[in-house]
Every structure is written in structure tokens, then in C-alpha cells.
Write a protein that binds this ligand. Structure first.
Ligand SMILES: [Zn+2]
Length: 252
């Protein structure tokens, strides 16, 4: 599914600029003279786009990574933050055979989880879903989804600067990753909290819109389209034709 396309060798910023136009207002205008706007998705100014994280595919480590999604023609390019563009992954709307595959891929994107703060400890309880670093034999810091199953609370202290310090022990059950189905201990520094903000990056939204359109032959959601009904009739006709044409060969 992930293609190492040559075109991904372009740097994200230089490619993004292809899709970005600078508008110059006439000098007589009282408005600010220049601003940059992206015509591909003009619902949100770029600074309001939520940062995204992406769960890497089954054939990789399946960990969550901060990413910058951008579009290249109809394809969605996923650039991994802090990784060179050689690691970019390119997905085409045609990569998905059915709605389940598409949904599975869609669930790999979400707004970036944020590092838990010591003062947020009281909000983290049994049942809180988190994204946390999994104890790793290789020492690599990778993030996977887990759920808090118990909290061993201790009284919070203060550091030299007077900031609150949480030393509590969070027992987490791992949904994913090398510790999947195990319970291990985590500290505040190991835990990121999921964002309430469910907004998706507009590039991701428009990619899924297009992929769904292609999958359903132009319909917006699930419903069988006229085209699909027609296809069924065509398929049935072809089958009938095959049956009726499978007459003995020795007729002539
Ligand atoms: Zn605590």
C-alpha cells in the first residue's frame, strides 16, 4: 500500500509551496498588503489545522508518529515529523478495495496526543485511554495506545522551581505494540493524553472524501448507487450469458 515514490523525494515545504498562492492586494487597498492562502482547502487558515499523528502500518511497527499530511494530485503523502522525506508514505484513493480497508486506514489518523502534565494527575483514572511509551528492549521511545487500569497515588511534591511533581504509578493495559495485552507501570512522563478535539487535517478529510467517492462510484456514503445497481444487473446478465453459452461444443 505504501509506495516509495520518487516524487516523495521532494521536500515537503517546496512541494507544499506548489499548492500555495500568494495574493498581492492593490497598493490602494486598505487591507493588509499580502497574505498567503491555500486554495486547496480554504475552510481553515493553515495555522488552525490540527497537528496529526498517524499509526504506522501493519508491516512496520504500528506505533503512533507525529506527521504532516499533504496532497499530491489525488494521493495523500504522509511525512513523518523529524524523519527525512525518504520515509514519506504515499497513499492513493485506489489503494482501498472496500469500506473496511478505508475505515481501518482512516482510524490511523487523529489529532496529536499531548504530553501529560503533573498537575493533570487527578484527571487520569481507571479507564482513561492514553497513548504512552512502551517499555522497549531496544531503548527506542515509541508510542502505543493503552488504557489506565489502576493508579497508585502518592502525595505530589514540588521541585526547586516550585512546580508540582507527580510520582504516582499508573498501571496501563496495552492495546497495541510489543506489550499488547500486558499490564505494565508508567510514570507521568511516559504518558500522553488524547485530545478531545476530533478535527481532522483538511488534507486528510479531502483524501477520504475522494477515496469514498471512488469506492462508491460517486455516492457520498454507503448507499447503493444507480451505477452499482446497474453493475449488478450487468453482472447477472453476464452470468446468464455464460450459462446459456455453455452449450455442448459438438453442436456444429
Ligand atoms: Zn500523581
Amino acid at each position: 500500500m505504501a509506495l516509495a515514490s520518487e516524487s516523495t523525494q521532494l521536500s515537503t515545504s517546496s512541494t507544499l509551496s506548489l499548492f500555495t498562492k500568494v495574493i498581492n492586494f492593490p497598493m490602494s487597498s486598505t487591507s493588509p498588503p499580502t497574505f498567503v492562502c491555500d486554495f486547496a482547502d480554504d475552510e481553515l487558515p493553515s495555522e488552525d489545522w490540527p497537528e496529526m499523528e498517524f499509526r504506522s502500518p501493519e508491516d512496520k511497527d504500528q506505533a503512533w508518529y507525529g506527521v504532516e499530511p499533504w496532497d499530491m494530485c489525488d494521493s495523500l503523502v504522509v511525512s513523518f515529523n523529524e524523519f527525512p522525506c525518504a520515509y514519506d508514505e504515499v497513499y492513493s484513493p485506489e489503494d482501498f478495495k472496500n469500506s473496511d480497508e478505508l475505515k481501518e486506514f482512516e482510524e490511523r489518523f487523529r489529532p496529536t496526543s499531548v504530553q501529560m502534565q503533573d498537575s493533570q494527575c487527578p484527571t487520569v483514572n481507571e479507564g482513561t485511554k492514553v497513548c504512552a511509551t512502551c517499555p522497549s528492549v531496544t531503548g527506542e521511545v515509541k508510542f502505543y495506545d493503552a488504557i489506565v487500569v489502576a493508579v497508585e497515588r502518592t502525595e505530589h511534591g514540588r521541585d526547586e522551581e516550585g512546580s508540582e511533581v507527580c510520582g504516582c504509578n499508573f498501571k496501563v493495559f496495552w492495546n497495541q505494540g510489543p506489550c499488547a495485552n500486558l499490564v505494565t507501570s508508567a510514570k507521568v512522563g511516559d504518558i500522553c493524553l488524547k485530545r478531545e478535539d476530533g478535527r481532522m487535517h483538511p488534507k486528510v478529510v479531502s483524501f477520504f472524501k475522494e477515496a469514498r467517492r471512488q469506492l462508491h462510484g460517486g455516492s457520498s456514503q454507503g448507499e447503493e448507487t444507480e451505477w452499482q445497481k446497474m453493475l449488478k444487473r450487468v453482472n447477472a446478465a453476464v452470468q446468464n450469458y455464460n450459462i446459456s453459452s455453455s452449450v455442448p461444443d459438438n453442436l456444429g
